[in-house]
Design a protein around this ligand. Structure first.
Ligand SMILES: *Cc1c(COP(=O)(O)O)cnc(C)c1O
Length: 380
């Protein structure tokens, strides 16, 4: 099955044995009747498993060319489950330019429980090796990075991980499996904030994991059930419904993203535009190699580099909504320094380029001309 068919049918055989409904029913139930103690039809209690969630988990696995999918109540709950694979003394090497909430979870919760994190720039994958020691267990990669749109070579990081017998996890939220198939590139764990492109309609918060290894899947399933950070059947249904148009939406996100990036790149008041589709983007060749297209996420700065200038642009936008999050059908604009990345200390922020005038756009699927005109009037 090709990707565009998988979004609609992947893992969805026989989801309603009772009546053959085309969409899986929303099994809004916490428990399941048993004919005799232990005599059930595969479902006992909805923390452990729920048929609507199972349908979604199979879809997620299929999209990522993986075998096992697990869905959680949020992207961070999914990351939390991955981190619970480790114990005090273990070390994790993470991308230095990453989602603010992931950074907060790493440094404010798991660091206190004895897991050590090293934040490393990974555009030169060779940088990673000098941070590896006998306690290192996992490499955590986010690519494209948020909000600087750096691209990390997953295949190259994977060969380092394999050489040192480390796990490699990739946060595939920005790229989605439409653009990037990270298990095929050598990752062991794919993580998603399904809140973003997979759900695609800004109406649900959810997370997901996909793996190929049975033993790893069993451990993660144990954590999912034992810690209990699952998502409900209604949310599972909504994300399944979103996934059915993922390929169509992503195609338009990429087209509109390219048009907006080129417009901003030619604007006299705009300073830098961060979008991996530009030939002079420092990681353009890697992006071309590992991604099908360049996505709808763009960051830019203005020549008048001030918080006030950024604030004015954001307040004047009419079609772009000033809001946290990304990946929905509607275009959003955000201010990383005061919004998504406010939990990262100012010093760390500056080091990775998150200056006060940086604006991040999640380009939606509206009309391209309307989006460009909106940016034009707001920057003016
Ligand atoms: C939003 C996001 C997360 C966290 O996901 P939630 O669903 O908000 O918990 C993690 N990584 C990236 C790249 C994100 O954009």
């Amino acid at each position: 099955m090709k990707f565009n068919t998988k979004t609609i049918h992947g893992g969805q055989e026989n989801t309603d044995p009772a009546y053959g409904s085309v969409m899986p029913p929303i099994y809004q139930t916490s428990t399941y009747s048993q004919s005799t103690p232990g005599g059930h039809k595969g479902y006992e209690y909805s923390r452990s498993a729920n048929p609507t969630r199972t349908a979604l988990e199979k879809s997620l696995a299929s999209l990522e060319n993986g075998i096992y999918g697990l869905a959680f109540g949020s992207g961070l709950a999914a990351i939390d489950a991955v981190l619970k694979l480790f114990k005090p003394g273990d070390e994790i090497i993470s991308t230095n330019d990453l989602y603010g909430g992931s950074y907060r979870l790493f440094t404010r919760i798991f660091d206190g429980l004895g897991i050590k994190f090293r934040f490393v720039g990974m555009q030169e994958a060779g940088n990673i090796e000098k941070h590896i020691n006998e306690n290192t267990r996992l490499i955590w990669v986010e690519t494209p990075t948020n909000p600087m749109m750096n691209i990390i070579d997953i295949a190259e990081v994977s060969s380092i991980a394999k050489k040192h017998e480390l796990l490699l996890a990739v946060d595939n939220t920005f790229a989605t499996p439409y653009l990037q198939q990270a298990l095929d590139l050598g990752a062991d764990i794919i993580m998603h904030s399904a809140t973003k492109y997979l759900g695609g309609h800004s109406d649900v918060v959810m997370g997901g994991l996909v793996v190929n290894d049975k033993e790893l899947a069993d451990k993660l399933y144990f954590i999912q059930n034992a810690s209990g950070a699952i998502c409900g059947p209604m949310d599972s249904f909504l994300v399944l419904r979103g996934i059915k148009t993922l390929h169509l939406r992503m195609q338009r996100h990429c087209e509109n993203g390219a048009a907006v990036a080129r417009y901003l790149g030619s604007h006299p008041k705009v300073d830098k535009v961060y979008w991996p589709g530009f030939e002079d983007h420092p990681n353009h060749q890697i992006a071309k190699k590992q991604m099908k297209d360049f996505g709808g996420m763009i960051s830019f700065t203005t020549k008048e580099d001030s918080l006030d200038g950024a604030r004015k642009i954001l307040e004047n936008l009419k079609i772009f909504t000033l809001a946290e999050s990304l990946g929905g059908v509607e275009s959003l604009a955000g201010h990383p320094a005061t919004m998504t990345h406010a939990s990262i200390p100012a010093e760390e922020r500056k080091k990775t380029g998150i200056v006060d005038s940086l604006i991040r756009l999640s380009v939606g699927v509206e009309d391209e001309e309307d989006l460009i005109n909106d940016l034009k009037q707001a920057i003016q």
